[in-house]
Design a binder for this molecule. Structure first.
Ligand SMILES: [Fe+2]
Length: 287
């Protein structure tokens, strides 16, 4: 098995890790979970975060084959549409996004510019589907819980887990969004911890405990098994679910929840324009 090279990029505003993954000596790459900077007060976007990824791809002379999303993010806008315009590649996400589209349609009434069949993505992955990034073997596994559509991309010995699990001292992603499930989250952690001990697990965010360490992006499966504060070996499903639900109860929604979900359901595009102006919809008293 060929082990990929991985470069992570940390967006400090949203604590998001984006990745470029490629094989040594080859040009083909995948880009995972990029960020489009969005200021909620002014409605202005910037591309500082995505441009760091784009510049790296250009400097290395890489060729983007895939622009992958681990899930529909609720805390930042995806940069995938912008990255695709700049670098090419196919946008892709799990087919379980169809459930997420269905869940949010009655809230946004967005079916005119957000196809419920998911055509806005170039590809919808089936569970356990395999694919290639140049010479690299890749496959996906369904790891729901944080959202119903969370997906892990396993590329060689590197697993890109999104928010299914975080680093050992942070734990797992919250499970209180629509369609989220603490029980599913536990089951997903078991699927991930069943991977070989030496596999590298790359997380979608990092929230380092204050003053303790700098943001990091990777822990091995063995390290997660031994030390993950929420799902390490020996913690029962019952205990996990009870604590996860308790800790999620009463949490504020992420600041960018409503803009993020609607844009991310369109694979990173803002909605249909009226005389050249695009808008963000903010439903009142709906969530
Ligand atoms: Fe997330």
């Amino acid at each position: 098995m060929q082990k990929p090279l991985v470069r992570g990029f940390f967006d400090t505003v949203t604590a998001t890790w984006s990745y470029v993954v490629w094989a040594d000596g080859r040009q083909e790459c995948a880009v995972i979970d990029t960020v489009l900077d969005y200021d909620i007060h002014s409605g202005r976007t910037k591309t500082v975060s995505a441009d760091r990824v784009i510049n790296f791809v250009k400097e290395k002379g890489l060729k983007v084959e895939w622009v992958l999303e681990t899930h529909i993010h609720a805390d930042h806008l995806t940069g995938s549409s912008y990255v695709k315009k700049q670098l090419g590649g196919k946008t892709a996400i799990s087919k379980h996004i169809l459930k997420v589209l269905e869940t949010w349609q009655p809230i946004f009434h967005n079916e005119t510019d957000t196809p419920l069949a998911g055509y806005q993505f170039d590809h919808l992955f089936a569970d356990d589907e395999t694919f290639k990034i140049g010479a690299l073997e890749a496959r996906i596994i369904h790891t729901p819980g944080h959202t119903p559509a969370d997906t892990t991309y396993i590329i060689g010995d590197a697993a890109f887990v999104g928010d299914a699990m975080f680093l050992p001292d942070v734990g797992t992603g919250r499970c209180d969004f629509p369609g989220g499930s603490a029980a599913d989250s536990y089951d997903s952690s078991r699927k991930l911890l069943a991977l070989p001990d030496a596999y590298r697990m790359y997380v979608g965010h990092d929230y380092p405990p204050a003053g303790k360490r700098l943001p990091q992006c990777m822990a091995t499966v063995a390290e997660q098994k031994a030390a993950n504060i929420r799902v390490r070996e020996g913690i029962s499903k019952e205990a996990y679910v009870e604590k996860r639900i308790k800790d999620d109860t009463g949490k504020d929604v992420p600041k960018l929840l409503l803009p993020s979900i609607q844009v991310n359901l369109r694979a990173g595009d803002f909605g249909a324009a009226t005389e050249g102006t695009q808008y963000v919809k903010l439903p009142v008293n709906k969530i």
